[in-house]
Design a protein around this ligand. Structure first.
Ligand code: DGL
Length: 275
């Protein structure tokens, strides 16, 4: 088959690369197109309407690239836009195409992760204010105690490569301490923003070995594999040449440099504009 029907992976910026790399490890046979809306990142402080509008544009662009399936590798977009896109837009655009998010996969796993039933969520303002994690986690574990903290500085720090600087590390430490002070029985912290796995080792060092720090990438990858197994019509529609293209709405030279750092491999991106 020559026609490319890749899996689309979308994030406001570089964060979704942490999910993409885990998906490609688990499912290397498929073709992928990654889209970073770097020109308009971060999304974390934007309103529902704006996040929905930007995410829908991104989904349409990935559909135009031939993707029958798009993963919103962005919690903010998953929290604020996914449901409306699934319920209102997809039936009008193409009833075969699918858009999946990153919140439900983590929620489905929560019972197997926590023993104390006390969970901390670190995310963007948008994700925390949406209450999506509370709603989704309690569907799968009704007795769970959840505390959430928005960390609005973290995405800009990561996007600007300042997260390893001394002030950058102080911001992160301060936020992690604030989360732990909210509930001393937390045994699991979900990194509910796809940028945050870049900080995972440092956060784990801060909280010590008794608390699990969970990145979503491996969970999303495993759930996607199951999804394709139970949806053979979608699995058959995907092309399988093991390729990956990278699209950015910002400067490609900057994207290449940062994505190369994040993924530890040479990345050459293409510039795209929303029409
Ligand atoms: N990676 C996005 C998320 O998971 C970051 C959001 C942002 O752009 O602020 O929420």
């Amino acid at each position: 088959m020559n026609k490319q029907s890749p899996i689309g992976v979308f994030d406001s910026g570089y964060g979704g690369l942490t999910v993409l790399s885990e998906i490609r490890k688990q499912l290397p046979q498929y073709d992928y197109v990654y889209l970073g809306d770097n020109a308009r990142a971060p999304y974390g402080n934007r309103s529902f309407d704006v996040v929905y509008e930007f995410t829908l544009e991104a989904v349409k662009l990935l559909f135009e690239q031939g993707c029958p399936l798009v993963i919103l590798a962005c919690n903010t977009a998953s929290a604020k836009a996914l449901r409306t896109i699934q319920q209102n837009d997809l039936p009008k655009i193409d009833s075969f195409k699918r858009v999946l998010g990153v919140i439900r996969p983590s929620a489905e796993e929560i019972e197997s992760l926590t023993s104390s039933n006390h969970v901390g969520i670190l995310g963007t303002n948008g994700t925390v204010q949406s209450g999506s994690y509370i709603i989704e986690l309690q569907k799968f574990a009704p007795d769970i105690q959840i505390v959430q903290l928005a960390c609005p500085m973290w995405v800009p720090l990561i996007e600007n490569n300042s997260h390893n600087s001394i002030p950058g590390k102080m911001f992160v430490k301060d936020d992690v301490e604030r989360l732990l002070a909210m509930d001393s029985a937390i045994d699991t912290i979900i990194l509910a923003c796809t940028h945050y796995p870049i900080l995972q080792d440092y956060i784990q060092e801060l909280v010590g070995p008794k608390i699990k720090v969970i990145a979503q990438g491996p969970i999303v990858a495993k759930k996607l594999e199951t999804y394709l197994f139970v949806h053979p019509e979608m699995e058959k529609a995907l092309s399988k040449n093991g390729t990956c293209r990278y699209l950015t709405t910002e400067n490609t030279a900057i994207f290449n440099q940062k994505a190369t750092q994040f993924l530890n491999q040479e990345i050459v991106s293409e510039h795209v504009l929303f029409t």
